[in-house]
Design a protein around this ligand. Structure first.
Ligand code: SF4
Length: 751
């Protein structure tokens, strides 16, 4: 990305933060609270999610057969099925239906698939005026605006600006103010459009192959009006919406309301098996309403491929087709919460899974603009009702985009300096962040000179201009003595009769930037009766993976496996200090290594305080841990208790509670943040185009830890990027929790 493009992007994001950020935050915040509550209340939520995923996996596997079965069923019911190759093909078919009946108007219930093919424009070409009947879609149509959310398209708008829009667009006797007044006005207006429409268009949340039933899940009931009021009903649905049978619906219907908008259930569930046999009402005779001929009812199901069958054949994009379009991934995304879908916007889809959809239906280029907004924090995976690995899809698309860059571009010098497996022409900034390990090794070898050079204004200016590292962000301070150097030179024996033996993984930050936390981890584990070795392992591949450099990440993963496998074979557990590296071992390695290697590492790896928790549960003595009575810095600063922010990947792994439990066992009074993301998310917050967004995400953490209950507490975080962000957000510095528990009481010369 050029400097100009970065500045432009940064300005666009600042503008969205200013104009839409508050509305988006408030609205998706409500959805999220509801989802948390409902997921917690549902005893069987994990079983339902697994069941839903299994049904989708099976349906996509058998898709060609299900399409044929559905065709036979719908035609047997008296309807028509048209399988459209792409948007143009689908639109031509819908146009032909409209011209056949000489249609003048159509009413439409919200459907992202019809947005995807832009059917309104196609109908306008043949003289049909189309009215959106979903209130939010109606608002956007009035203002000629794009949706900013899959299920809540007007999530970025407030009641006040909708009132102002109605005032501008309609000849109102008096201004509309309350939500009720606005809704009543819109529904009266739209009811007239429904009554006069020649065609009703809907999407379909699900279509069942055995009965030809459309399941429509809505909150306004307008879908059923569109489906049954006009004589002609056209439903458009992506082929992935097909489920084998009506009996497959229950898990989806139970999950979609809680996942999407945090509702107990959605207000309307319509199961229609068209063409329905009730006669259409004759609205032309309002005083003596008559009924049309039921035989005149006409139903067309337009099944849309538009890239989906290619996605099905693509091992990495196939999961996208399991998506039920609930929007939970967007709601759970910290960046989306600040700027909404217009920052993410591809041609149709926005937020979370949108990269997969855009890459599949519109091509990878259309996903390029917003793909970088995924920080890989993995919170969306927890939110998704069908357990889709959304960050992986984003990573794969990022990798493909990298490879589409100009391979002949002149960067041989960079290629020579960067020991990665990537092609020429890649964005220099990504390449720099992806090769952070090399930079850290050189920085450590030449410290403190490297730190002084890194601080100089001309170097900061050049870094910002050439590779987009924002000059407002403090750079990591490299340490001359690495963690491994310290361990090897150390003159100390471990416990006499160790209960366990571990290989403490020296991640790049612990080794070159924050060795104190590694030292503290060694002493803590030894105090709990564990023998510790520190293997000569390099980076886990997290840095290149976050830049979409999958081949390089795979190289790193293989190297780590080669080093750690003998330790595991010798009976040692692997302990990681950095949660994002543990998340690699337990998650992404299954994509990068042979299954048995990945499983071995995943099964034998632990986060350091998860491991300490396990030891305490198995009779290790908590008195060995340092508590708040200790006088040394930083523990002395904990006299008012500690405020702990858990790392996002650590939360996805379910490990926050372990750290809190160990801190409490040592006697600390702990409060925790419920902010899902600090905003830094690895290299993301260093990038000049995203610096303001990173700070905006961090604001919530700043507020929480400066309020009365937390203002005097010592700040703690487990993730490196969280600690970096805390240094930027607070005047107080933050520490890794192992520093407080370190029985040797290292006097705190680093975080
Ligand atoms: S990926 Fe999952 S969370 Fe996101 S919209 Fe699809 S189903 Fe919902």
């Amino acid at each position: 990305m050029s400097g100009d493009a970065r500045r432009e992007r940064a300005a666009h994001i600042r503008e969205l933060l200013r104009t839409e950020g508050d509305n988006v935050s408030e609205n998706v915040g409500t959805f999220n609270e509801g989802r948390y509550r409902r997921y917690a209340e549902m005893d069987d939520v994990d079983e339902l999610r697994a069941e839903a995923r299994a049904i989708k996996e099976d349906a996509i596997e058998r898709l060609p057969d299900l399409i044929e079965q559905l065709r036979e069923t719908v035609e047997g019911n008296g309807g028509t099925v048209y399988l459209a190759d792409d948007a143009a093909d689908a639109n031509e078919y819908v146009q032909s239906v409209a011209t056949d009946i000489d249609a003048g108007t159509a009413v439409k219930s919200k459907s992202m698939t019809s947005e995807e093919i832009e059917v309104n424009d196609a109908l306008a070409e043949v003289g049909v005026d189309t009215y959106e009947t979903d209130l939010a879609e109606f608002v956007l149509q009035l203002d000629d605006e794009e949706p900013s959310h899959i299920v809540a398209p007007a999530v970025h708008r407030s009641r006040e600006d909708i009132a102002e829009l109605f005032e501008r667009r309609f000849d109102l006797d008096e201004p509309l103010e309350t939500a009720e007044e606005l809704t009543t006005f819109a529904s009266d207006y739209l009811e007239e459009r429904v009554a006069e429409a020649d065609i009703g268009m809907t999407g379909a949340n699900f279509v069942t192959a055995d009965t030809g039933t459309l399941a429509l899940v809505t909150n306004e009931g307008n879908a059923r009006k569109c489906a049954v009021a006009p004589e002609t009903h056209v439903a458009v649905a992506g082929v992935e919406k097909i489920l084998p049978s009506l009996a497959d619906l229950p898990p989806f219907l139970e999950l979609i309301g809680p996942a999407g908008a945090g509702q107990d259930v959605t207000a309307y569930l319509s199961l229609l098996t068209p063409p329905v046999d009730t006669p259409a009402i004759d609205f032309d005779a309002p005083d003596t309403p008559g009924f049309g001929d039921p035989d005149e009812r006409d139903f067309h199901l337009v099944l849309i491929d538009n890239g989906r069958m290619e996605m099905r054949a693509d091992d990495d994009l196939r999961e996208t087709l399991y998506c039920v379009r609930c929007g939970a991934c967007a709601n759970s995304c910290a960046n989306f919460q600040q700027v909404g879908g217009h920052a993410f916007g591809g041609e149709t889809y926005s937020g979370g899974i949108a990269t997969g959809w855009e890459a599949g239906v519109h091509g990878e280029e259309s996903a390029a603009e917003f793909n970088d907004l995924c920080t890989g924090c993995s919170r969306c995976v927890d939110a998704c009702p069908v357990n889709i690995d959304i960050p992986w899809i984003n990573t794969v698309v990022r990798d493909r985009l990298n490879r589409n860059d100009d391979p002949d571009a002149f960067d041989h010098l960079v290629e020579g300096l960067t020991p990665d497996a990537e092609p020429g022409g890649m964005d220099l900034g990504k390449r720099l962040f992806g090769n952070f390990e090399t930079l850290a090794a050189v920085g450590s070898m030449t410290a403190p000179l490297s730190n002084a050079v890194g601080d100089s204004r001309p170097v900061r200016a050049a870094l910002e201009r050439v590779v987009g590292v924002d000059r407002r962000r403090d750079l990591p301070r490299f340490r001359r003595e690495t963690f491994r150097d310290w361990f090897e030179a150390r003159d100390a024996d471990g416990p006499d009769d160790p209960a366990r033996s571990v290989a403490l993984y020296p991640d790049v930050y612990t080794n070159y930037v924050r060795p104190e936390r590694g030292k503290a981890a060694v002493r803590l584990l030894e105090a709990l009766g564990v023998d510790v070795v520190v293997p000569d392992a390099g980076g886990s591949g997290r840095a290149p993976l976050s830049q979409g450099m999958i081949a390089t990440a795979r190289d790193r993963a293989e190297a780590v496996r080669d080093v750690l496998t003998p330790d595991i074979a010798a009976g040692r557990d692997v302990v990681a200090v950095e949660p994002s590296d543990l998340a690699m071992f337990r998650g992404e390695y299954e994509r990068l290594l042979p299954e048995s290697d990945a499983e071995r590492l995943a099964d034998n790896s632990y986060e350091v305080l998860e491991y300490a928790y396990g030891l305490l549960e198995n009779d290790a003595d908590a008195a060995a841990l340092a508590g708040p009575e200790a006088a040394e810095t930083p523990r002395a600063a904990a006299e008012h208790g500690v405020a702990y922010h858990s790392h996002c990947q650590q939360r996805t792994l379910g490990l926050e509670a372990h750290t809190v439990a160990v801190l409490e066992a040592a006697g600390y009074d702990v409060v925790t943040s419920d902010v899902e993301c600090c905003g830094m998310a690895g290299s993301f917050g260093y990038k000049t185009e995203y610096y303001d967004l990173s700070e905006a995400v961090g604001d919530e953490l700043r507020e929480q830890f400066t309020d009365a209950d937390a203002a005097d507490r010592l700040l703690l975080a487990s993730g490196t990027s969280c600690l970096d962000q805390m240094d930027s957000l607070f005047e107080r510095r933050g520490y890794h929790p192992v520093r407080l528990l370190d029985p040797a009481g290292d006097p705190g010369s680093g975080a």
